[in-house]
Design a protein around this ligand. Structure first.
Ligand code: AMP
Length: 135
C-alpha cells in the first residue's frame, strides 16, 4: 500500500480527542434509540456488525461507558483494566475467526481518522485481509 502521510495545517486543533458527546451514534445504539446488528453483549461491552463492512466480517466492539478514546478509557479505569476482553468476545461471536486470524484496528482522534467519538475497536476477518485495509 502506498504511503500517504500528510502534515497538519498550522492552525489545526492539536487535541487528540474532544469531550464525550452523548448524542454520538454509538451512544444512541447503546441506549437502544437506533438499531444495530448485534453479535455479542455483556455488562461491559457491545459488539455489532459495521453498517459499511470493509471485510467479509467487520464487527465493532464498544465499551458501555462514556469514553471517546483509549486515553480517557485507560485514565478513568485507572490504567490497565481493559474490559473489552476481545479474545473471549471473538470466541463467542465469530467461532473460527480466532484460529484463522483477524485484524484489530482502532482509529483515535483527528489524526487517526476517528469518525464516531465513542471508543471502538474494528474487528476484521472472515477471509484473507491482505497487507492492510484501504479506506
Ligand atoms: P471510525 O472511522 O473508526 O470512527 O469508524 C466508524 C465506523 O462506524 C465506520 O466503519 C462506520 O461504517 C460505522 N458506523 C457508523 N454508523 C453505524 C451504525 N449505525 N451501525 C453500525 N456501524 C456504523
Amino acid at each position: 500500500m502506498a504511503k500517504s502521510w500528510h502534515t497538519e495545517e498550522p492552525n489545526a486543533d492539536r487535541r487528540d480527542t474532544k469531550p464525550y458527546d452523548s448524542t454520538n451514534i454509538f451512544a444512541r445504539i447503546l441506549r437502544g434509540e437506533i438499531p444495530s446488528n448485534k453479535v455479542y453483549e455483556d455488562e461491559h461491552a457491545l459488539a455489532f456488525h459495521d453498517i459499511n463492512p470493509q471485510a467479509l466480517v467487520h464487527i465493532l466492539v464498544i465499551p458501555k461507558g462514556a469514553h471517546v478514546s483509549w486515553d480517557d478509557f485507560g485514565a478513568r479505569l485507572g490504567g490497565g483494566d481493559c474490559r473489552l476482553r476481545q479474545g473471549g468476545l471473538l470466541r463467542r461471536a465469530q467461532p473460527g475467526m480466532v484460529t484463522r486470524g483477524y485484524r484489530l484496528l482502532a482509529n483515535v482522534g483527528r489524526n487517526g481518522g476517528q469518525e464516531v467519538p465513542h471508543l471502538h475497536v474494528h474487528i476484521f476477518g472472515g477471509g484473507l485481509l491482505g497487507p492492510m485495509l484501504a479506506r
